[in-house]
Design a binder for this molecule. Structure first.
Ligand code: HAM
Length: 414
């Protein structure tokens, strides 16, 4: 045997275990979001965590920070260039095309949840392995679908008891975006000297992302930059106005943020972010938008699409948890022989309810503490007297009512 290495092994930096209290919050979020997504006609989809690196380069974009700096990318044992997914949309679009769903005339809607990986500098609200709940709707070009997706997210947050601010923008389409980009590059070249090195690099590679630069000096020079919202083509302009009218009618408050460009390259037209002012600097709790050209770009049949993803860890501490109800039965033996009776009884009752069994015989007080810890609704104890008389002692821990019941009778009741 090898010599024992003398150090404790912890999770990697920026990665976390999810244990008891947090895992309950996690499950509650997923259950709530799933229930609402299903009401909107979404079906569950599961795609691999590991994909060809080319998928993310072609969808999220080579000039994005995610692809340029943050990918968990490596060569597998077969020499393939692979990557742990940094987000969910690219994989779902790939699956939509790989399984030929793009060839079917019906509209398809998918929801998913699971881990995503980005090699960022960890800080509060920013992990290297984090979880998203996401939805992708394929085949619907109408701005009503953008509105419906935004409504769905606000319904999820409302049901979870989370307050939010909604920011929206339009990123234009293949008709108006190139003209705007040219216009913007002209403006940026004029203020080149004043911009940070990242922005200078982006003038060539991804000028739109400059609008989103966090550097204060850059932002002060960008105040007078041309705004895409004022340069939209007729269709994008009327879609955006329709979206704001629908939100106004539904009393969903929002702000138009002309600098909201999103960190992924596939968006066009509607882009949005939900933010919370209660969680510090990493305030985006959900993001998404329309990506009508991505399916075609990944060699599928041209299909309009819109979607979003919620960052689970970011909303974990904001969620208002429902009161946990007492549930199931705690069973305890007060003599060793009684365990022999309890054990098959527990197996039978587990067909109907949650059962916690204490295998060691213990005193009354200790068992009652155990029942409380297990948050059980009922405590069932068997001691010497019960053994002799083929009975059990039963206490309803909510009503505090207690009684002795024939074992056979208890076995037959639900
Ligand atoms: P995203 O804005 O990159 O969009 O991520 C969505 C959400 O994931 C963010 O709003 C944030 O809450 C959470 N998130 C992102 N990075 C981290 C991190 N390092 N640590 C913790 N949470 C994080 C997307 O991923 C798109 N795929 C959304 C989408 C779906 N667009 C269309 N369909």
């Amino acid at each position: 045997m090898r010599e024992k290495e003398n150090r404790m092994i912890n999770p990697l930096r920026g990665m976390k275990d999810l244990t008891f209290e947090e895992s309950q919050r996690f499950t509650h979020i997923i259950d709530t979001a799933t229930k609402i997504a299903q009401r909107y006609g979404y079906n569950y989809i599961e795609t691999p965590i590991l994909e060809e690196t080319a998928l993310f380069k072609r969808s999220v974009g080579e000039s994005s920070d995610i692809v340029g700096k943050e990918m968990y990318q490596f060569e597998d044992k077969g020499g393939n260039d692979v990557c742990m997914r940094p987000e969910g949309t690219a994989g779902v679009v790939r699956a939509f095309i790989s399984t030929k769903l793009d060839r079917q005339p019906i509209k398809q809607k998918f929801y998913y949840y699971g881990p995503m990986f980005r090699y960022e500098r960890p800080q509060k609200g920013r992990l290297r392995e984090f979880h998203q709940f996401g939805c992708e709707s394929f085949g619907e070009a109408s701005v009503y679908e953008d509105f419906t997706v935004i409504t769905m997210i606000s319904q999820i947050f409302t049901e979870l008891g989370i307050g939010f601010d909604l920011k929206i923008n339009s990123l234009g389409c293949k008709a108006c975006m190139p003209l705007y980009r040219e216009n913007l590059v002209g403006f940026l070249t004029g203020i080149k000297e004043e911009l940070c090195s990242d922005c200078n690099r982006r003038i060539e590679t991804n000028p739109i992302r400059i609008l989103d630069c966090k550097n204060g000096t850059c932002q002060s020079h960008l105040v007078s930059s041309p705004k895409l919202i004022n340069n939209l083509c007729g269709e994008c302009d009327s879609d955006f106005k329709k979206l704001t009218a629908l939100l106004d009618n539904a009393c969903i408050s929002y702000t138009v943020d002309t600098n909201l460009v999103r960190g992924l390259d596939y968006y066009g037209k509607t882009a949005f972010e939900f933010v919370s002012n209660e969680i510090g600097a990493q305030s985006a709790i959900a993001g998404g938008g329309r990506y009508d050209r991505l399916v075609e770009f990944l060699d599928g049949k041209p299909t309009p699409a819109v979607g979003f993803a919620i960052g689970i860890e970011r909303i974990m501490e904001l969620v208002q948890m429902p009161e946990i109800q007492r549930e199931g039965i705690y069973m305890g033996a007060m003599t060793d022989e009684a365990i022999e009776v309890l054990f098959p009884l527990a197996a039978a009752k587990r067909k109907e309810t949650k059962v916690t069994v204490e295998y060691n015989s213990k005193g009354f007080k200790s068992h009652m503490k155990g029942a409380d810890k297990a948050n059980a609704r009922y405590a069932v104890l068997i001691g010497e007297d019960e053994l002799k008389e083929s009975t059990i002692w039963l206490k309803d821990l909510e009503s505090k009512e207690e009684k002795t019941v024939l074992l056979s009778e208890f076995q037959d009741t639900n």
